[in-house]
Structures are given as C-alpha cells and as structure tokens.
Design a protein around this ligand. Structure first.
Ligand SMILES: [Zn+2]
Length: 144
C-alpha cells in the first residue's frame, strides 16, 4: 500500500515529468493519462479548465518573490507550490484544501494547486510584475 505522503510525492514527480506538445503547448495524450492515474477526473478537469480560462496568475515582486493566485468562482485563492518538502509541498487558501486535503486527507491537492502546478509546468500562467509603487501603497495602508 502506498502511504498518502508517498502518493503526493508520486503526483509531484508525475507533474514534474509531464511532456508538452511542441506545437499546441498543451499536454500530450500520454501525460494526460499519467495524470488520470493519480487525480480524480473532477479535480483534473476543473484544473485544466482554470488553465484554459487563464485564471492562474504568477506575480513577481521587484525582489523576485513569486506568488500565485487562482481566480475561483467566488474568490481569488492564493496558492503556494514551493513549500519546503515537509508533509505537504503546497497550500491553497480555499475551503476545499482545508477540508479535503488537510482535515480528511481525501485529496492530494485542490484544483487550484493542481492548476497552478500544471500552468507553471506548461508555462501557461498569466504573468505580471508587481510594481514597487503598488507595494508601497499596500504597505502604507496596512501599517499606518
Ligand atoms: Zn484551492
């Protein structure tokens, strides 16, 4: 039997080894099949849909910190995908991650994390540079 932690490693490794079709920049059939083996259809299709609709944003600060945001139907979720390899390597602020991943262990990751991992792998994130002026404004509102 594979432990949940090992299953997550397997999923991470599969995502890191996915192949991209050189013309369509999309996943090859073989890569999609591999994903089907570790993720339920509902999460996989929802994640691919988020990528199709360009809802995964990669924001970079002037000092090079990268943050990912996924625009959900009701809210925007912050996604972390490069956490130190402890029990989990990713985190999302959505309720599904809290319940299905952290509390009950029903899922390896939520659709937002999967979408972000795939979008990064496929270079399909919407990229934006956060300006120093913008950050200074946010900081001054928070700390004054
Ligand atoms: Zn999520």
């Amino acid at each position: 039997m594979i432990l949940p932690f090992e299953l997550l490693r397997l999923a991470d490794t599969i995502i890191d080894s996915l192949d991209q079709d050189s013309e369509s920049h999309y996943l090859t059939e073989d890569s999609l099949l591999k994903l089907h083996n570790v993720f339920p259809d509902t999460i996989l299709l929802a994640a691919l849909d988020l990528i199709d609709q360009r809802k995964v944003t990669e924001s970079t600060t002037p000092w090079g910190f990268i943050e990912y945001e996924v625009l959900g139907s009701n809210a925007t979720h912050i996604v972390y995908i490069t956490l130190p390899k402890a029990l989990t390597t990713s985190y999302c602020t959505c309720p599904a991650f809290n319940f299905a991943v952290l509390e009950t262990g029903q899922s390896l990751m939520c659709k937002h994390v999967l979408a972000t991992r795939l979008a990064v792998r496929l270079d399909l994130c919407v990229k934006q540079q956060i300006s120093l002026d913008y950050l200074a404004t946010v900081a001054s509102q928070r700390y004054k």
